[in-house]
Design a protein around this ligand. Sequence first.
Ligand code: ASP
Length: 319
Amino acid sequence: MGLSALAASLLLAAQGTAAADAPASCAAQEDYAIIVHGGTARAGQVPEERLTFIRSMLGEMREDLREGSHAVDVAQEAIRRMEASGLFNAGRASITNAEGFVENDASIMDGRTFEAGAIASMTGLKSPITAARLVMDETRHVMMVGDRGEEAVLERGAEPAPEGWFLRARGHDEPEEHGTVGAAVLDRCGDLAAGTSTGGYDAKIPGRVGDSPVIGAGTFAKNGVMAASATGHGEYFVRFGATRSIAARMEYGGQGLEEAAEAVIAEMQAAGDGRSGRGGIVAVDAEGNFATPFSSEGMVRGYASDEEAPVAGAFGSVD
Ligand code: ASP
């Protein structure tokens, strides 16, 4: 075993121990931070109520973190609320595929335990992120897909979408509507977590799966390094292993969060044809620094921390 492999296995062993020792509530440090996104944005396509919703939700999540909630629980809850709000292309207001029905993808990763859960191409779940968490907690797998996977998560406690739940199930007239959601969180234990949930692309081919449920593409979290969630042209984020690449640049290349995240976004944009390869990432590092690079016209995003009250925005600035 090489030195770096040894270091990695020692780190995982340490994380295993930390998992066993996790306190009921976090108070080891004062610092905590949460950053969320509500998808890529185009001018004129971002209702103010999305930003208002994010600011108010961040206020509550900030309070939970201050009181000692765990990063993975806060990431899940922030995403669950955005899914249920009916304001984003995730959960309730998911866009439909080319045949007019919703197919949800979601994932969550706990940087403390280095465990992850994901679901893809599921058509009848009330909360895709809750189902992803169930995969992480209740199975020995990372990803469950399609009808058979959906049966498995329903058997393990996932709630089916009630009649009339999906607001756009009969199609919609907003082409290229965006609004994937995601969160990255640092808690007062010093633990990191991230998650992502989406309805995917407008008029995607049924069965298509994007980056959002792929660990290392749409979602990644590793204690001591960073937590991140992505939005944008999923095929690129999958091929570039986008969120894992950011962490790798930090771990092995000594880059800071912002430099690493901007480099990965720029790399994908350069590989595209001008329109393709675009998107954004929200990320937080182990010290609570944020990064929000995007190559799309805009990205709906917001953040809060022990020092900063909630702010949100879609284009150049946040307030
Ligand atoms: N990344 C998502 C996907 O490719 C879409 C998005 O974030 O807008 O499914």
